[in-house]
Ligand binder design. Structure first.
Ligand code: GLU
Length: 304
């Protein structure tokens, strides 16, 4: 398929559309990003790759990193993870406190902030140097060994992360955080600050399209069954309270972040990453969502 031609066509269509989104500025460091950047990268499990625009430019992947942290914790403690969190869509914003109080400190799923914070708690318990471990895991997945944390972004988020601290304190009060909250939050803010390009992102998610095995190294990350479940979770919970819309319009499992990135996976075929920093009201990339909707419509390559 002529993916690059399709990327170009969709980009031209979207260019004339007014981008009504806004860059995430509740994390001060993210407000400095040039909002007009746009990149796409598609990688297939057979080793083909197709790029468009700013596909090599690194950006803050934010919540997309929750998938890496979850996969690491899931592969470590297997189904025991479900003793600490649920696997249902939240239907509330990613940083909501209301539901967590009602659910007695048990997050609805691993991809909302509360769930990712519990995942970080599991990683702090499970690894002597969890920050190094998540980073080396991410580098292995993407086969790119210069990927790193942006400590300025992590610091900026720590200084303004009052809601995230409220979430961790609430969960600690219910006994669902076992470690020191500052250690857990240090890991959480760091994983959110990881910077990757569209190419690195699409490559790092390829194992989820390949039954749990990294195609270029042959390393098994998850069993086929846990791979299926991770994709199912991304499908139902990967887009804040817009997962239904994404499923309806795009029809692929995926995960977004407030840095404006979206990664989506077509099992047995490919992984695609799009980056456009302006976000819609739900916190998903405005043009990124539209791009992927057009992409799966034109190529007829969705899982439904
Ligand atoms: N670091 C962000 C936060 O905790 C992640 C948000 C996101 O990308 O969904 O607010």
């Amino acid at each position: 398929m002529q993916y690059e031609t399709i990327f170009h066509e969709i980009y031209q269509e979207l260019k004339s559309l007014e981008d009504t989104g806004h860059v995430a500025d509740y994390i001060p460091e993210l407000a400095h990003v040039n909002p007009d950047q746009f990149g796409v990268h598609l990688s297939t499990i057979n080793g083909e790759s197709y790029a468009f625009g700013d596909a090599e430019k690194r950006f803050s992947i934010q919540s997309i990193a929750k998938v890496f942290a979850f996969v690491l914790a899931y592969s470590k403690i297997k189904s025991d993870i479900w003793k600490r969190m649920d696997l249902e869509p939240a239907g509330t914003p990613f940083n909501s406190l209301v539901q967590l109080e009602h659910d007695k400190g048990v997050p609805r799923n691993p991809f909302i902030n509360a769930g990712a914070i519990v995942v970080c708690d599991i990683l702090v318990s499970g690894f002597p140097s969890p920050k190094e471990h998540v980073l080396s895991f991410t580098r292995r997945l993407s086969n790119s060994f210069t990927i790193d944390y942006n400590t300025k972004v992590a610091q900026s988020e720590r200084e303004t992360g009052f809601r995230n601290f409220a979430l961790v304190n609430l969960m600690k009060s219910f006994g669902n955080i076992r470690n020191d909250i500052n250690e857990v939050m240090d890991l959480y803010f760091h994983i959110c600050s990881i910077e990757m390009s569209c190419r690195e992102l699409s490559e790092s998610f390829l194992f989820l399209a390949n039954n749990g095995v990294i195609p270029y190294s042959g390393e098994r990350i998850l069993s086929p069954s846990r791979t299926k479940r991770t994709n199912a979770l991304m499908q139902t919970c990967g887009f804040y309270d817009e997962a239904g819309q994404f499923t309806f319009k795009v029809g692929l499992p995926g995960k977004s972040g407030v840095g404006g990135g979206i990664v989506a996976v077509h099992p047995e075929k490919y992984s695609i990453a799009v980056w456009s920093p302006r976000l819609n009201k739900k916190g998903n990339s405005y043009k990124g969502m539209l791009f992927l909707e057009e992409f799966t419509t034109k190529t007829k390559l969705s899982i439904f």
